[in-house]
Design a protein around this ligand. Structure first.
Ligand code: SF4
Length: 212
């Protein structure tokens, strides 16, 4: 959601996350992504071999054998930037981290990716680092990386330890969303992504699947 408002288009974000007029579509790509995440969770946390079609990615699971990892774990943060539980009245946000490993005051985050690596941006890892840090405030260093499975390569290792500044950026995005909401006007951001957008009532929508 933060990525949509920050990088894609606030007008689309309004339809997806506020009005919810864009319904979630369970595409083959979404299903494949879910299968891959489940397979890695079962392999890394439970020792179950990866399915045959994913065996080539075993090398990305092996390094975590016998290590203290948390897989597909939800984390919650309240309005004051503190850890809270799922149903806390003052909950601000939540997120699921694909894999987190904590050793002493160091942490590592991995994010399995089944999509295209062309527009890599460490922001998602940085947001994950905030969620991890609020739960484990003793952490001093947090690094993270994407594992681009289609390209069969890990990303560079990003230092995402500066969670204070990421928290500031998250709050700034949400203040902006609040301001747009109060003005009942979410600006459009026209780009090549307009041809993938499912906000069909937008006059800039160029999605070939747009209903006539
Ligand atoms: S079509 Fe383009 S401008 Fe319109 S909501 Fe979608 S992304 Fe935004």
């Amino acid at each position: 959601m933060l990525h949509c408002f920050r990088d894609i288009c606030a007008h689309q974000g309004q339809a997806r996350y506020i009005d919810k007029s864009i319904k979630f579509v369970d595409t083959p790509e979404v299903r494949w992504g879910n299968e891959v995440h489940t397979a890695f969770e079962q392999r890394v946390a439970g020792g179950k071999p990866l399915p045959l079609e994913m065996q080539a990615w075993e090398k990305y699971a092996v390094p975590f054998d016998g290590r203290p990892v948390q897989c597909e774990t939800w984390f919650y943060v309240d309005v004051d930037g503190r850890a809270c539980d799922r149903y806390a009245k003052n909950k601000f946000g939540h997120g699921k981290i694909d894999l987190a490993m904590i050793e002493g005051d160091n942490a590592y985050i991995a994010d399995w990716k089944t999509g295209n690596s062309k527009y890599e941006d460490p922001f998602e890892l940085a947001v994950n680092a905030v969620l991890l840090h609020v739960k484990y405030p003793h952490l001093k260093k947090i690094v993270g990386q994407y594992i681009w499975l289609k390209d069969d390569r890990p990303s560079q290792l990003y230092d995402v330890s500066d969670t204070r500044s990421t928290w500031g950026e998250i709050c700034h995005i949400m203040q902006q969303v609040t301001a747009w909401r109060m003005a009942a006007s979410f600006p459009k951001k026209r780009s090549g992504l307009c041809s993938w957008c499912q906000r069909y009532d937008c006059s800039d929508n160029s999605n070939p699947d747009k209903p006539e």
